[in-house]
Design a protein around this ligand. Structure first.
Ligand SMILES: Cc1cc2nc3c(=O)[nH]c(=O)nc-3n(C[C@H](O)[C@H](O)[C@H](O)COP(=O)(O)O)c2cc1C
Length: 208
């Protein structure tokens, strides 16, 4: 997309890259260029074994032809839900550009090596915090969390804080990706990519 994205620019079929990951990269870059804070923030929906959905934000930390990567605690609510039911949805919203991208597909854990590589890039405090937090469990007090943090700090006094066994990445492999562009009078532009069995992508315009 050569021209600067404005909120009134239409989205037409000829603007779209045949590959949704390549198209997503263009929009993420546009969001960065527009100075949007945390353009990688994304709502992640998961479903429990009983079919009940839950949603929270995470940060997109990796993207390649295999899919969308985020990192978390494998024993958190989302982690337990994804291990029981790999189907998940994501929704990015870049308000200043009036753009949304919705992704759905199945999620699998990243390799231990990939998680380790990412974990090493995190500040020491974040690595200690990953050990300290029993994510999604009930905490009796803030003091309990702070005490756990200090305990882990004392256990790993240097910069070497290993990857916790219950922490790592998930990769969402997209089956469908929708690009939404707000337009006047609610006549928005929407295009949905769906993966064909041969691996190529079908692109269809949807009613807004
Ligand atoms: C902008 C934003 C980004 C976040 N990024 C992450 C993340 O990358 N990984 C993560 O585990 N939690 C992240 N969180 C916290 C989650 O929203 C959530 O509170 C936590 O993961 C526990 O979710 P769960 O109990 O549904 O598993 C983020 C929160 C916000 C507001």
């Amino acid at each position: 997309m050569a021209e600067a994205p404005g909120t009134r620019d239409p989205l037409s079929r000829r603007d779209l890259d045949p590959d949704p990951i390549a198209q997503f990269r263009v929009w993420l870059e546009d969001a960065r260029d527009a100075g949007i804070r945390l353009p990688e923030a994304v709502a992640l929906a998961t479903v429990d074994a009983g079919g009940r959905p839950s949603v929270r934000h995470v940060l997109l930390r990796g993207l390649d032809e295999r899919g969308f990567v985020f990192y978390t605690n494998y024993e958190s609510r989302k982690g337990r839900e994804l291990d029981a039911n790999p189907w998940a949805g994501m929704a990015f919203y870049w308000r200043e550009l009036d753009r949304q991208v919705c992704v759905s597909g199945t999620v699998g854990r990243t390799s231990r090596e990939e998680s380790e590589e990412y974990f090493r890039t995190r500040p020491r405090e974040a690595r200690v915090g990953a050990w300290a937090s029993r994510q999604s469990e009930v905490a009796s007090s803030r003091e309990e969390l702070d005490a756990r943090y200090r305990e882990i700090e004392a256990r790993y006094p240097g910069d070497e804080v290993p990857l916790p066994p219950n922490w790592g990445g998930y990769r969402l492999a997209p089956e469908a990706v929708e690009f939404w562009k707000g337009r006047e009078h609610r006549l928005h532009d929407r295009f949905r990519y769906t993966r064909r069995s041969n691996g190529s992508w079908a692109i269809e315009r949807l009613y807004p």
